[in-house]
Design a protein around this ligand. Sequence first.
Ligand code: DX5
Ligand code: ZN
Length: 218
Amino acid sequence: MPDILIAPSILAADFARFGDEVRAVDQAGADWIHIDVMDGHFVPNITFGPEVVRAVRRHTSKPLDVHLMIMPADPYLEAFAEAGADAISVHVEAGPHLHRSLQTIRKLGKRAGAAINPATPIEHLVNILDDVDEILVMTVNPGFGGQSFIQSQLPKIAQIRAMLAGRTVDIVIDGGVTPETAGACAAAGGNVLVAGSAVFGGGTGYADKIAAIRNAAE
Ligand code: DX5
Ligand code: ZN
């Protein structure tokens, strides 16, 4: 199994102190920084555009994993790439031309990701396995941080890992990841764990929170 990577989601950070928050999780051991882009259309919430990605880029050299919950995504791929994303994920459900979106992201020189909602069957991924660098499995319904992990997604993660046998594709688990759920995510085959509220929520420092998730997963 690949090493476990922890990707704090800045959706749960203090938006008025983005620079400080990004630097803090960078220094606390974050492997990637996860940026949730929402459009109030594909999901019922609105967050950031490419200029926020550009601003975050100035505060860390860690990979920026941009999760697009927008529909359509294609008109914005170049802007997010140019703003400093390292990886861009588009939702399987967000348009009829997933393959084209993935192809465009790779042509822009970025890692291409396909994100899949809890209710979407894994068959939607079968024909794009050669075209992705990461598959992002939603373990909550997209749109908000702080929701409870949907346990029924665990067998789905394992099925996707089996489907990827022989390929070095990251499986990113997104939603409800905590020290309590991280072990099961990793056991099922997830190797990148996104965590918003479990890192930025109250309590002890970010280094301890990140370490707790990592320790539970390894
Ligand atoms: C939800 C986002 C997640 C969110 C996770 O739509 O894709 O990345 O930030 O937040 P937590 O870890 O609080 O469930
Ligand atoms: Zn996300």
